[in-house]
Design a protein around this ligand. Structure first.
Ligand code: ICS
Length: 476
C-alpha cells in the first residue's frame, strides 16, 4: 500500500508541474520529490535561485542577518543601513522576547535606520552613518555596541562601512560591527545567516581573545558551562530550553541570540560545550568555535516531549553521572505533566494529518512533536534549507512524505487540495490562502503570537513542552 502511495504522490507532483512552461517545469521538478524509505536524502535540489515569475516565500540576506541572527542581541543597537522601508517593514514581525528596559538598556523592539535619501545614494552614506552612530551613543548611552546591517544600496554604491565601524568603535569605545548582508546577495535569507555568523567570528571573537590575553575576561569557569546557540526566543522558547538545562545542573553562559547580550556573544568561546538548536542559521559559528577554540558542539531538539527527553539524555551523556542522574530526575518530574496533556489531546488528534512548510529547521524539528500528538506529517519542505538539512530530514519522516523545496504558492495550494490534510502548519504568507479554503492553520514561525510572555510566569508545563506544547494548545 505504501508503494502505491509513493507512486500516487509522484503522479501528483507530475500533474502539478504540468501548469508550468517547459523551462520552469524543468527547474521546479528538481525541487519536488516523494521520500522513499531507507533513502539517506530527500532527493531534492536546494539553496538555488527561485524561478522568476513564481511566488516564493523566501526572504533576503538582510533578513537573515538583521532579522534572525543579530536583531535579538538586545543591548546593542542594530542599524538598518539604507532606505527606511527594509527596516520598517521587516521588524516586529518576527518576535524576539527579551527582558530589559526598552530604550534604556535594551533595544529589541526599536527600529534604527539611516533612512537613505537620493543624496546619500549619489554622494555616499558613510558620513551620515558616522553621525548616526555618534548621536545614538549620546541618546542611548547604555547601549553596549552597534551593528551596521547593510541594505541593498550600500553594496551597490561602494560605501566603506568597515572603515566607519573601525573609526566609530574607537570614538564610542564599544564594538561596532559592519555586516555586508545586502539583500541581493545569495538566494535567500540563508546567506545572511552565514554572513552574520562570520561577523561574530571576525568582529566579536577578537574581543574575547583580547580580553583573555589581557586577563580581563570577567568569567569564572565551571565544568558545566554550555552555550545555547540557535534559539531566538520567538515565544519564550530559549527561556523554556534554558530552564530545563539549568534544572539538570548545567550553566548556560551564553544565549545566542534570543534574549542575548553582547557580553554573551563575547564569552561564548569560554563555554565547555555548544548546544545548537537551529543548525541551519548557526552551524557556521559552531564550526568556527571548533576550529579556533577546539570547542565541541552538538545538535539537539526540544520540540515535543519525546525529543526533549531524548535530547536531555544525549546532552547529559556529555557530562558526569551527577548531570545524568539530574536529567533523569527532570524527565521523571515532567513526564506526568506531559502525559496529562497527551491524554487530553491525543485521543482527539490521533490519525489526523498535517502538511508543513517553514524556513530552515522547523520543517524537520517539529515532526516528532506532531507525532507525540498522534498527527502524521504527510508533506514537508523548507524555504531555504541546504542539502545537509534534507539529509537530516530523512531521520524524521516516513515513506511517501511529499518533499517540496522553496515551494511556490501554486504548488503548495495544489498539494493541499489533493492531499486534504487536517492541518497546515506554515507562515503568515501562506495562512490566509488556506484559511479561505476553510482549512485549520497554525503559524510555525510566530506560533500565532502565542505563549510565554515572561520567564517567571511560565508554568512547569510550558517549560517541559517548550515549543511542542504550543501545537497542542492550538489544536485544543
Ligand atoms: Fe532557524 Mo521564520 Fe529560526 Fe528556522 Fe531560521 Fe526563520 Fe525562524 Fe524559521 C527560522 S533561525 S525566522 S529555526 S526562528 S530564518 S521561524 S531556520 S523561517 S524554520
Amino acid at each position: 500500500e505504501n508503494k502505491n502511495l509513493v507512486d500516487e504522490n509522484k503522479e501528483l507532483i507530475k500533474e502539478v508541474l504540468k501548469a508550468y512552461p517547459e523551462k520552469s517545469r524543468k527547474k521546479r521538478e528538481k525541487h519536488l520529490n516523494v521520500h522513499e524509505e531507507n533513502k539517506s536524502d530527500c532527493g531534492v535540489k536546494s539553496n538555488i535561485k527561485s524561478v522568476p515569475g513564481v511566488m516564493t516565500a523566501r526572504g533576503c540576506a538582510y533578513a537573515g542577518s538583521k532579522g534572525v541572527v543579530w536583531g535579538p542581541i538586545k543591548d546593542m543597537i542594530h542599524i538598518s543601513h539604507g532606505p527606511v522601508g527594509c527596516g520598517y517593514w521587516s521588524w516586529s514581525g518576527r518576535r524576539n522576547y527579551y527582558v530589559g528596559v526598552t530604550g534604556i538598556n535594551s533595544f529589541g523592539t526599536m527600529h534604527f535606520t539611516s533612512d537613505f535619501q537620493e543624496r546619500d545614494i549619489v554622494f555616499g552614506g558613510d558620513k551620515k552613518l558616522v553621525k548616526l552612530i555618534e548621536e545614538l551613543d549620546v541618546l542611548f548611552p547604555l547601549n553596549r555596541g552597534v551593528s551596521i546591517q547593510s541594505e541593498c544600496p550600500i553594496g551597490l554604491i561602494g560605501d566603506d562601512i568597515e572603515a566607519v565601524a573601525k573609526k566609530t568603535s574607537k570614538q564610542i569605545g564599544k564594538p561596532v560591527v559592519p555586516l555586508r548582508c545586502e539583500g541581493f546577495r545569495g538566494v535567500s535569507q540563508s546567506l545572511g545567516h552565514h554572513i552574520a555568523n562570520d561577523a561574530i567570528r571576525d568582529w566579536i571573537f577578537p574581543e574575547y581573545d583580547k580580553l583573555k590575553k589581557e586577563n580581563r575576561l570577567d568569567f569564572e569557569p565551571s565544568p558545566y558551562d554550555v552555550a545555547l546557540i540557535g534559539d531566538y526566543n520567538i515565544g519564550g522558547d530559549a527561556w523554556a530550553s534554558r530552564m530545563l538545562l539549568e534544572e539538570m545542573g548545567l550553566r548556560v553562559v551564553a544565549q545566542w541570540s534570543g534574549d542575548g547580550t553582547l557580553n554573551e556573544l563575547i564569552q561564548g568561546p569560554a563555554a565547555k560545550l555548544v548546544l545548537i538548536h537551529c543548525y541551519r542559521s548557526m552551524n557556521y559559528i559552531c564550526r568556527s568555535l571548533e576550529e579556533q577554540y577546539g570547542m565541541p558542539w552538538m545538535e539537539f531538539n526540544f520540540f515535543g516531549p519525546t525529543k526533549i527527553a531524548a535530547s536531555l539524555r544525549e546532552i547529559a551523556a556529555k557530562f558526569d553521572s551527577k548531570i545524568q542522574e539530574n536529567a533523569e530526575k527532570v524527565i521523571a518530574k515532567y513526564t506526568p505533566v506531559m502525559n496529562a496533556v497527551l491524554d487530553k489531546y491525543r485521543p482527539r488528534l490521533e490519525g489526523n494529518t498535517v502538511m508543513l512548510y517553514v524556513g530552515g529547521l522547523r520543517p524537520r524539528h517539529v515532526v516528532p512533536a506532531f507525532e507525540d500528538l498522534g498527527i502524521k506529517v504527510i508533506g514537508t519542505g523548507y524555504e531555504f534549507a541546504h542539502n545537509d538539512d534534507y539529509k537530516r530530514t530523512t531521520h524524521y519522516i516516513d515513506n511517501a512524505t511529499i518533499i517540496y523545496d522553496d515551494v511556490t504558492a501554486y504548488e503548495f495550494e495544489e498539494f493541499v487540495k489533493a492531499k486534504k490534510p487536517d492541518l497546515i502548519a506554515s507562515g503568515i504568507k501562506e495562512k490566509y490562502v488556506f484559511q479561505k479554503m476553510a482549512l485549520p492553520f497554525r503559524q510555525m514561525h510566530s506560533w500565532d503570537y502565542s505563549e510565554p510572555s515572561d520567564g517567571v510566569q511560565m508554568s512547569d508545563q510550558i517549560r517541559f513542552f517548550g515549543e511542542g506544547r504550543k501545537i497542542s494548545l492550538f489544536l485544543a
